[in-house]
Design a protein around this ligand. Structure first.
Ligand code: ADP
Length: 308
């Protein structure tokens, strides 16, 4: 067995409109690459991350180190690892930068250790890494990043994740304005109370979205993507959000909302052709600003973290 491994850890879109904190999917179009090697030092050591020198390299502060440590503690092992992270997903992007590192780390370490855990079990450890990033354990990025497809986080105690295969012609377009929004700060904007009428519309949409995904009913997916609770409170953080959403819907998107806690915005489309038209519409809106941005057109990842 090799003592070194390289993995691709995909980005992810969480919340998916109506599914705040319970729904997410991973995307193939952007992700981090990581190389993990076993060492004999009983220590997790993280190399400085090129281009992101401000990210912590102490294992107890970097989500990759925290996630692996959670796994080693459960296993009762003191195996050491050297970790190299090649980051393509900017932290604070809303497309699961921290989850990619946490998920990539545990999948790679598990492989090197001879696979003591299933992918499903690894979600819990990846989620422990997320605590280091945002202060609380949420799995709506970590689960799809580890497992692929759409993932519902039905419950946390104990963790109960349900995976749904993505409809075959479903495409995703993500625009990432190059500003940073910390998940922690975006959470502080949210009111703790939910109006019952809005909640009823929201869980109707969640049910509709899940059914739509199961039946590959693109119209139903589109009708259900609307978020009545969180989007309104958070969109003030995102430049051009209303113009962007309008342009994207006119371009044929099934729906459009904030990816994670932003600033990224995602749209779903039936087919690649429409996805490209949506990407062009996003580009037109953002070209008028003086902000840097990146646009990704991608299918939903069908396997999560990939061993290269
Ligand atoms: P994102 O949704 O892009 O993951 P978060 O705000 O949830 O954004 O997480 C970013 C935070 O996690 C930053 O404060 C960053 O310093 C911290 N962090 C720790 N380790 C990593 C890592 N390996 N990759 C990305 N962010 C990390």
């Amino acid at each position: 067995m090799s003592d070194s491994i390289k993995v691709f850890a995909p980005g992810s879109v969480s919340n998916v409109g109506c599914g705040f904190d319970i729904l997410g999917f991973a995307i193939d179009g952007i992700g981090d690459e990581m190389i993990l090697s076993e060492n004999d030092l009983n220590k997790i050591s993280i190399k400085p991350i090129e281009g992101y020198e401000n990210l912590p390299t102490e294992a107890s502060k970097n989500v990759a180190g925290v996630a692996i440590q959670a796994m080693l503690d459960d296993l009762g092992s003191n195996q050491g690892f050297d970790i190299e992270i090649h980051k393509n997903i900017k932290p604070g992007s809303g497309i699961g930068s921290s989850s990619a590192s946490a998920a990539g780390a545990v999948v790679a370490a598990n492989e090197l250790l001879g696979k003591p855990y299933s992918r499903e079990q690894l979600v819990d450890f990846a989620m422990q890494g997320e605590v280091a990033a945002s202060g609380d354990a949420h799995a709506d990025n970590a689960a799809p990043t580890v497992l692929g497809g759409f993932c519902i986080v039905r419950a946390y105690d104990p963790l109960d994740v349900i995976q749904i295969e993505s409809p075959k012609d479903l495409w995703c377009v993500v625009i990432h304005p190059q500003i940073e929004i910390k998940t922690k700060e975006a959470r502080e904007l949210l009111s703790a109370q939910v109006d019952l009428k809005k909640a009823i519309r929201q869980w109707g949409n969640v049910a509709g979205l899940i059914s739509g995904l199961h039946q590959s009913d693109y119209n139903l997916i589109g009708r259900s993507l609307e978020d009545h609770i969180v989007e309104k409170q958070r969109k003030i953080l995102i430049p051009e959000f209303d113009n962007l959403k309008q342009a994207v819907l006119e371009a044929g998107a099934l729906g459009c909302s904030i990816s994670g806690s932003g600033p990224s915005v995602f749209a779903l489309a039936n087919g690649r052709e429409t996805a490209d038209v949506i990407a062009a519409a996003m580009d037109t809106v953002f070209k008028r600003t003086d902000l840097d941005y990146k646009i990704y057109v991608s299918k939903v990842s069908d396997g999560g973290v990939k061993i290269l």
